[in-house]
Ligand binder design. Sequence first.
Ligand code: ADP
Ligand code: MG
Length: 925
Amino acid sequence: MSESRKEKVCDGEGAVTSTRGACAPQIEISRPLGELDWIPRPRLLALRRLGIETVEDLLTHFPRRHEDRHQFPHFPREESDVPICLCGEVVKTSVRRFGGWKKIFEATLEESSPNALSEPLVCRWFNLHYVQKMIATGQRLVVFGKPRLRGKRICMDHPEFEVIENDEEISIHFRRITPIYPATEGLSQRVLRSIIYRLLNEVSGAPLEKLLPTDLATGERCHAIRAIHFPESWEARDAAREHLVLSEFFAMQMLIASRRSDSSIRMGDSHCGPGTLLDKFLEALPFELTGAQSKVIAEIRRDLAARHPMNRLLQGDVGSGKTVVAIAAMLLAVEAGYQAAFMAPTQTLAEQHYDVLRRWLEPLGVRLALRTAARQEDNAPLPLFARGEIPGSARVSRVGDGVAPSRTFLDVEPADSAFYSRRRLPHFEKPWAIYAVTISTKSRRCLSPNARTIVLDAFRHFHDKRYELFAVCVMPDHVHLLIQPWPKENDDAGNVVFWPLSGLIHSIKSFSTHKINRVERKSGTLWEKERFDRYVRSDRDLEEKFHYILRNPWETGVAGQNEDYPWLWTQNNEARNQRLFRRDAETNTRDACATQAGAGDGAPHIIIGTHALLYEKVSFSNLGLVVIDEQHKFGVAQRARLTAREPAPDVLVMTATPIPRTLTMTVYGDLDVSVIDEMPRNRGKVITAVRDVSKLGEVLSFLRGQLETGRQLYVIYPLIDESEKLDVKAASAEYELWRERLHPYRCELLHGRIPAAEKQNTMERFRRGETNALISTTVIEVGVDVPNATVMLVENAERFGLAQLHQLRGRIGRGQHKSYCILLTSEQSRETSAKLAVLERTNNGFEVAEADWDLRGPGDLLGTAQSGLPALKIGNLKTDAGLMRRTRAAAMSIFQADPRLELPENQRFRRLIVEQQGRTFSNIS
Ligand code: ADP
Ligand code: MG
């Protein structure tokens, strides 16, 4: 921005003028807007709805777009796809009814200086009663929208509009490039614009501290802020926007760079052995590594050998051979005397990795262990329970009928206890939380000993299956428990879903009610709504609650001091008695294997597991390397939890979801990136074809042909069963149909609601080739590896996202045979065709990702929320990619020269990081 322009922006005609000189402080930008007495109170509420509380919030409430209101174009006589901005006088208004109570409000506008050829413009609003109240004949309106030909009239439906009032403020709203803001009810454009205009006049430059290094952008932030709201020219608007985007990106990149720097200055150990074990492994492999694999292994090896912790992202398309790379890395760590952890997002994947690794590594003498939520190899009790003495446990049971209801329930009712409705259970926000729950009986109905036993058994029933129960105490008129729901398996998109606490409790309640009523020949409800006291936040918290529950019968006098109380249960009792619920045969075999492997000389070398590895129960003795497979399913916070240990382990995260480079810079910006961009040579080609459902007959005969030659087939459906309301064919319903269609070939059904053990058996039979076709939802999405399965039919392909289809397609093309992916669709819209055509065109994951981004924006491409980065207010990750690159380079070089931001000129940047991260600098300086 040139000097002269700067002057103009600040003081020039038509721009915001600052009456008191350029940069004298008047208002603190952190000041709450409520302290400015000129903003009407009702407006404050409306502003708050937009998340605007302080002066700074309002100054950075950036316009969504601008309108050139110097001069309005003539009214159009054609329709257009581009919205235009017009100004005219309302000459007529009318309301028409349609469909009973619905209304259309029409306002007819005429140009201010019409000529013979001028056509009026009809603005229409459907069912917006408030619009009708705002517009009257004789007013002048500015409207913005797409003109459409409706019959003979030119109409604009639901245009944005603004009533021009002939007041002195006209200079704010007209004869300039006018900002249009994201607005809200109770706050019109005009009002919001006036408030911002006045605010800009009251604040002057000083508090708007400059937060960009000079080599990144010149100019002052205060000028940019002014110019983005009320620009002098389009060029000034663009320059201001660039400045603001740069500062926004720069702040983000500084945060990322600080995270990187945090980990690079933490001292770790070198976790790299000499490589003899790795060589043995590579020799035993039935294939040669691809060039890309070797390159990546070398990169990782360098990182492992370095003293500072590795933080590396490995991107590689499905089937590119990331697992081998992970194994290589882990072997290097193991050989150096460390343990390695291998985390997968789902139970199935973890078990698959476990099998693969056992096949390859057991011959090399590497000890392996599997730890998932559903399967703990060695069920050692928590230290907490090992040490705590259970009150009353040595005493003799003597509790009979007629015991007075205890008072404890009232006693434990803390005034501030949270009361969660079914929909607001904290569980959904906090996976792996442990809850303290109290349930009381309805009208304090007293539970007989028999009934108490039923309740206790009901709670124990799903222990170790759907949840972990730490303690339960069934008192005469209420129940206390400490419970931690477990993952229920992956859903059809492969995400981990937990058993909902409300559902668990609900089923226990209805089961016990039913049973007790039957036994006691009574009817009616038994339970009150449960009370979720809280979730347990710390070990101490847990310990307190635990002991509170265990002491309850004695403290309340329900049990005498020398009596036992039999309706009290903890994990210790269970360990003492024989296990109540047998594990399935397969688990036992696995346990045996693992135990054998783990027996001998102690701790396992490699621990494979799911998110459960994040959970403190798994103790590593000497963790040197963590490999996280399918990174996009883990959040940054989860990753941090595992890697925050001291001393810091090396971390390798792997993803099969390639993302555009710009996004890599942000979402994974704190990681070094390695890419496997080459497929193993022995792969058959994958041919993808989109077919309309009408061609199903031909498709079927093709499929049968493939089955005849001995190949196997996946048929993928978007949904599980027809209880889903959408009109989509569902796997379970269509399963029978497919069995007929493919007769005499064998089909099996697979979906997320099939119990885990059964699912696994089904998968196993498919893997062994005993079944020819798998009719499945997307549960097979991630990581499943059956080389002989070379054909995939996706039904209702339009319902899947591109990334997901690409993932699915990665299940085939894993052997040397040519593979076919057929995308069946009944939809012919332009978007669908464009989307599916991408897959026909390319097999390259990065190209798919870029195309996906083009087609639908970064929205759900990956949970940006997961990245823990602040939301963007003005920048656009896609269109401003170039600016992102510049800020990244700048931030990196600052941290490279000054990793702790100690230099005086870098002090001001500390604020950026502290603000965004909400953390102090204690861990840096
Ligand atoms: P992904 O990258 O999807 O995790 P995997 O590691 O599961 O891929 O590898 C897919 C399959 O390819 C596995 O069966 C693996 O054994 C095999 N594979 C890996 N590397 C090679 C290679 N260099 N040559 C041939 N096959 C390989
Ligand atoms: Mg994999």
